[in-house]
Design a protein around this ligand. Sequence first.
Ligand code: SAM
Length: 245
Amino acid sequence: TSYGFRQVGAGEKQPLVNEVFHKVANRYDLMNDLMSAGMHRIWKDAMIAWLNPPKRPGWKGLDVAGGTGDIAFRIIEASRRNAHETVLDINGSMLQVGRERAEKKGLSPYLDFVEANAEELPFADSTFDAYTIAFGIRNVPRIDVALSEAFRVLKPGGRFLCLEFSDVDMPLLDRFYEAWSFNAIPKIGEMVTGDGEPYAYLVESIRKFPDQKNFAEMISSAGFERVSFRNYSGGIAALHSGWKL
Ligand code: SAM
């Protein structure tokens, strides 16, 4: 099977994204492992190592597009169960899976779940010590708006960290990754959920996302300082960091 790409306008994008994650919520964690061949775990661990949350109470993090909770759970564990995390997602189905997982892990006391849009965060200015977003920002229709919101809700001295698929900078890996994205990912999606088309759309959203340098510039434009990034797996994923100073 080959999948054609729909051209998606800005206004149409969010409903399509919502449909994908609503359909896949129950199998999202399995899909993540299959589609990234388990690599998302390594990238997420590296993200939390760079964040290095303090092992003292009172520190508050916000994980946007937090889905089923992977990033928030890791942050709480890394803080030795001192941190408090708010998991925010636009999709109630993803959050519901997250709540159930948190309960099983005994992490519910350290967590809040909030259904809201990254473009319009329901929090006061200067609320959080850190803002994290993993594999989420490319789904948001107006990235610049999401970045300004991130800046607004962070305390002065707060940290912004974003993990996202990015531009592969190694010639051979580059081709392998293209083949994997265009063939394997929609097929895995079809096998697990019965529909490959939404995954073709997600792959397309990765291709349209700005490369490492351009995204770093967008982060700076939102007001962040000391903006830098690290590549993982040859740039398949990149982690961007910035500070509200
Ligand atoms: N962060 C999790 C992880 O790394 O496993 C989940 C990532 S998942 C690929 C993307 C998530 O972004 C979905 O749960 C989706 O509902 C959420 N999302 C999409 N658009 C959003 C928006 N405008 N505001 C908040 N969350 C959004």
